[in-house]
Design a protein around this ligand. Structure first.
Ligand code: ATP
Ligand code: MG
Length: 335
């Protein structure tokens, strides 16, 4: 496939095609207005706590509720892209190209995976970004690359992306020529899946985001981990992104019958409560309701390249993420 950078002043071939392609959601097709959506970083430096599972299924749930949503895979493990069925054989440009090649625009990287749901996919080469950008850390430019490269897509008046259907036919079984350019979308939610570290990729997410959501498991030492995370957020807020706030904590793989879970949740709630009416970035943070129960279907669905809603829409995992999406949509911090 060959995709050209979008010229915003001239109708592109993609726009010609768009004229014949029904908009995915014409209600959100208000090109020209600046981006007003919510940008949320899914972040926890601890590994395996549910960041990617939450990014995918919260995103899919928001999309199903009618909110155009863009997922960004900022983890070199590329689990989010795999979970959504984006096969790396089909990717011409990925997050690595976007962040390291000045010629590559976000509109060349974006994929439509379901109605209202798009993704900027990653591959394992994303790990090389930190080294590529190292010489720009001193000037502060390296921390800003994601934001710089993303805003044209979020504010865009035109753009090119590719539609991959999710559900019936896995993306990797589709022929490249079955992908069609997608119309412009005004995203209401942008969700960034961060790696389990506090390196340059995560800092880029924090510079771009307005909100952080922390998926966590109710483990011993979970609160200490939260403290460390909030220190980083405070530093980014003081230094580069004064608008950054913590939206809340999502409890993942929750087992409500355990004593430990109850105690840890109590501690986290008290910790957040103490910051109310202060100027801490987490002064408006909540423990989102509901917690996400441990559910085997959630662990199975990534191997099928499907969100939980396409894998088993009736399971507990799907129910929990649908309710979580309503809670997140209703809780907007830093208004
Ligand atoms: N509610 C749940 N019930 C059962 N399994 C779950 C649940 N949430 C996540 N998992 C599984 O737990 C594992 C870790 O989840 P996930 O990949 O979302 O964590 P992560 O924080 O993104 O990990 P990493 O730090 O490596 O990026 C995965 O195998 C996932 O399928
Ligand atoms: Mg992950």
């Amino acid at each position: 496939m060959s995709v050209t950078a979008t010229d915003h002043t001239q109708p592109s071939p993609a726009q010609d095609v768009q004229a014949h392609t029904p908009p995915i959601s014409s209600a959100h097709h208000d090109s020209g207005a600046p981006f007003r959506g919510r940008v949320i970083a899914m972040m926890n430096q601890k590994g395996g706590v549910g960041k990617t599972t939450t990014a995918v299924n919260l995103g899919a749930a928001l999309a199903r509720l009618g909110h155009p949503t863009l997922l960004i895979d900022l983890d070199p493990q590329a689990h989010l892209s795999l979970h959504l069925g984006v096969d790396h054989d089909q990717i011409t440009h990925s997050m690595y190209d976007l962040l390291t090649d000045a010629e590559v625009a976000a509109s060349q990287v974006v994929w439509q995976v379901a109605e209202n749901l798009a993704v900027l996919p990653a591959e394992v080469n994303l790990a090389g970004v930190e080294a590529e950008l190292a010489d720009r850390v001193v000037t502060g430019a390296a921390q800003n690359v994601l934001k710089l490269k993303l805003m044209p897509l979020l504010n865009r008046v035109s753009g090119v992306g590719y539609r991959v259907s999710q559900g019936s036919e896995p993306a990797h079984e589709q022929k490249p020529d079955t992908r069609t350019p997608i119309p412009d979308t005004r995203y209401q939610f942008v969700i960034i899946d961060c790696p389990p570290s506090l390196g340059l990729l995560t800092i880029n997410a924090l510079v771009m985001a307005r909100e952080v959501i922390v998926p966590m498991q109710a483990h011993f030492l979970a609160l200490q981990g939260l403290g460390k995370l909030f220190e980083t957020i405070t530093m980014v807020r003081q230094g580069i992104n004064p608008q950054l706030r913590v939206g809340g904590v999502v409890l993942c793989m929750h087992e409500k019958q355990t004593l430990l879970a109850g105690e840890v949740i109590g501690d986290v709630k008290r910790f957040l409560e103490e910051a109310r009416h202060t100027d801490q970035p987490w002064s408006e943070a909540v423990v989102f309701d509901p917690p996400i129960r441990r559910n085997i279907k959630l662990a199975e669905s990534p191997s099928f390249g499907k969100s939980i809603f396409d894998y088993d829409a009736a399971c507990h995992g799907a129910q929990d993420y649908e309710k979580l999406a309503r809670s997140v949509a209703a809780h907007r911090v830093g208004k």
